[in-house]
Design a protein around this ligand. Structure first.
Ligand SMILES: *Cc1c(COP(=O)(O)O)cnc(C)c1O
Length: 463
């Protein structure tokens, strides 16, 4: 299998190179040239199988020559062995026809661990083989950074630099990034918001000389390997609820559109994913784009669900690429317009194509808190605020007779302030990380300045 850029110009790559590269050299995102379709019998055979086995079956064709079967299944086993639940992604019923897919049993308590733990394993295996070193640079609104640091800490061939907005992450998120003691871990608190962090990371990738000099690798949700790892839990959830014989809808708390886009891949693989509902907080650029056909970027307004506080939703480009019939030139034009005019209109045909797969809704801050409170009272479950946004939107989007699975993207203890505000209860951290608040922190403050950042990265690299 080969990978092509959504802007149609960058070189075509194999899986390993696409994974190591992250952002394509033309500024686009890599997507598979074709998505393999599974037969009904193949899908039916996955029902009730261990997560790791489903992961192997689903991802194998996308990985191609990069790893042989035995190696790849070993990497999958290692990736998920540190999860705190044997099902890895357990389903829990919270209403008639309404389910939560718990994606927060990994080491940093958010769904990002599913992809990042696997990427860590795959990077290490590939680098050991080639003797290369890499500098991983990522932007985070909190969860990506902690998951990346957890996945790469202590790896010999990788330095990991994570940029996060200096005041906008929760204390648990921050501590997960600043307390690892390994010298290859560099947490950078940037004066700015998440979009600034993401923009500087994109600038570094677009500076091709710098990119080659430090062997830059990206693990943001634009990395195809991350999207791929997230396809798996749509398949385990759908087959648990009756796929291939029954359709299942999903509601996905959405920021960068990576998680929900993974659902569209499961759908294209033949899993009967009905509708994918993008749930946003008041930073609703994606919800408006899907509903009104107009992508218009506003200002980031902080919310209680900070991992969705963004106005530039990178992976939406992948959805646009498909909706525009894989026309890279058309996508490039839209992205140029986004840069010069802060937005663009989606063509009629592309709007139609998007609406066949995606729906959208938003939840206000008050609705989010009320949903946390109500769910606690009705079911005993404590929700993280992102999951609450999802559940709130899911209720409005549910279809008669079609199960609706809301992705529970983080553990409530990762966002204890919002949960306490809603319910009066402060959710405790799982025991394996109970000492997080006592560990010493290590962080570097940085300005929102590209050349200063590049200088810092050059001088801090251990290679
Ligand atoms: C990253 C994140 C999201 C948004 O996911 P995207 O793939 O960026 O759309 C939602 N909830 C939580 C808890 C997250 O960490």
């Amino acid at each position: 299998m080969t990978y092509i850029s959504t802007r149609g110009i960058a070189p075509i790559l194999g899986f390993e190179e696409a994974m190591m590269t992250g952002l394509a050299r033309d500024g686009g995102l890599y997507v598979p040239d074709a998505v393999p379709v599974m037969g009904r019998d193949e899908i039916a055979a996955l029902a009730g199988r261990p997560y790791e086995e489903v992961a192997f079956r689903v991802m194998r064709p996308f990985v191609g020559e990069a790893f042989d079967d035995a190696t790849f299944s070993g990497l999958i086993e290692a990736a998920y062995s540190g999860f705190g639940h044997p099902a890895r992604a357990p389903l829990k019923q919270v209403a008639p026809g309404g389910f939560l897919l718990e994606l927060f049993h990994g080491p940093t308590l958010a769904f990002k661990d599913f992809a990042m733990q696997l990427i860590g394993q795959m990077f290490e295996a590939a680098l050991k083989r080639s003797g290369r070193r890499l500098t991983v640079v990522g932007a985070t609104s909190g969860d990506t950074g902690s998951a990346a640091i957890e996945a790469f800490r202590g790896m010999e061939a990788v330095d990991v630099f994570i940029l996060y907005p200096h005041v906008r992450v929760s204390e648990v998120q921050r501590r997960q990034m600043t307390t690892p003691v390994e010298s290859n871990v560099h947490a950078l608190a940037l004066h700015g918001d998440f979009d600034d962090c993401q923009a500087r990371v994109k600038d570094m990738f677009n500076d091709l000389a710098f990119r080659d000099e430090v062997a830059l690798a990206g693990v943001n949700s634009i990395n195809w390997a991350r999207v791929l790892a997230q396809v798996v839990y749509y398949v385990t959830a759908a087959t648990s609820l009756g796929a291939p014989h029954r359709e299942v809808d999903f509601c996905v708390p959405t920021g960068n559109f990576g998680d929900i886009f993974a659902g569209s891949i499961a759908r294209r693989m033949g899993v009967p994913v009905g509708r994918l509902i993008a749930a946003t907080n008041h930073n609703d650029v994606v919800a408006r784009a899907i509903r009104d056909g107009e992508y218009r970027k506003g200002r980031v307004e902080p919310s209680r669900s900070p991992s969705m506080d963004i106005q530039v939703s990178s992976n939406f480009e992948r959805a646009l690429f498909e909706a525009y019939g894989r026309d890279g030139a058309a996508v490039k034009q839209l992205m140029d317009e986004l840069k010069s005019a802060d937005g663009f209109a989606i063509s009629q045909g592309a709007r139609q194509a998007l609406s066949e797969v995606y729906g959208a809704g938003r939840a206000s801050e008050a609705e989010t808190l009320a949903r946390i409170r109500r769910t606690r009272a009705e079911t005993g479950e404590l929700l993280c605020p992102h999951t609450a946004v999802g559940l709130e939107v899911a209720e409005g989007a549910a279809r008669e007779g079609v199960p609706m699975v809301t992705l529970a993207t983080a553990h409530p203890a990762k966002f204890p302030d919002a949960v306490e505000e809603a319910t009066g209860e402060r959710p405790p951290l799982p025991s394996r990380m109970a000492d997080l608040y006592e560990r010493p922190e290590r962080v570097t403050r940085v300005d929102n300045d590209l050349s200063a950042l590049q200088h810092l990265i050059r001088s801090r690299r251990t290679s």
